[in-house]
Design a protein around this ligand. Structure first.
Ligand SMILES: [Mg+2]
Length: 173
């Protein structure tokens, strides 16, 4: 039997929090507009949440994995839906030149979670602010949403200006 709940796989920088580029400082963590509201509503609908973030800054030596985890924890605190908000978090530390197996657009993390939690791909979404996020969702055969201020004619998935718009797209099915 497949899990009945829906699941949301999320990029971090530029999707949930302001993207300052190689963020290692928890003091700079700032939720983007609509994130807390949308996640609270999805949480009430018993959605499951996963974080998939490329953090090449670790392998580039800009910050440590421990610092990434401190930033993640600060974000979880600001979301305010409990310490177990994310079912799983995966930070891919490889660089474009030397990617690790989980680096987006690899679907490896999503595919592993689909199997581990017996998720229904039709009820799963990947959301992010880059085309690599959308490709990751496509590569895993789940739904995708691109967060962007621009209207991209070439986009093959829904484009939303903010997280509350995305919430409406994800829940109208
Ligand atoms: Mg991003």
């Amino acid at each position: 039997m497949l899990e009945d709940r829906s699941a949301l796989f999320m990029d971090r920088d530029g999707t949930l929090i302001v993207d300052y580029g190689y963020l290692g400082d928890p003091e700079k963590v700032e939720l983007l507009p609509g994130v807390k509201e949308a996640l609270t509503l999805l949480h009430q609908k018993h959605w499951m949440f996963f974080l998939l973030s490329n953090q090449s800054g670790v392998n580039r030596g800009f910050f440590t994995m421990k610092e990434v985890e401190v930033v993640n924890q600060r974000m979880v605190d600001l979301i305010g839906l409990g310490n177990n908000f994310f079912t799983e978090i995966r930070c891919a530390v490889g660089t474009p030149e030397a990617p690790c197996p989980y680096r987006k657009p690899s679907p490896k993390f999503i595919l592993e979670c689909l199997e581990k939690y017996r998720l229904n791909p039709k009820k799963c979404w990947m959301i992010g602010d880059r085309t690599t996020d959308v490709e990751t969702g496509h590569n895993a055969n789940i739904n995708s949403i691109l967060l962007t201020q621009e209207k991209l004619g070439t986009c093959t998935c829904p484009c939303c200006a903010n997280f509350m718009e995305a919430y409406k797209v994800m829940t109208e099915q």
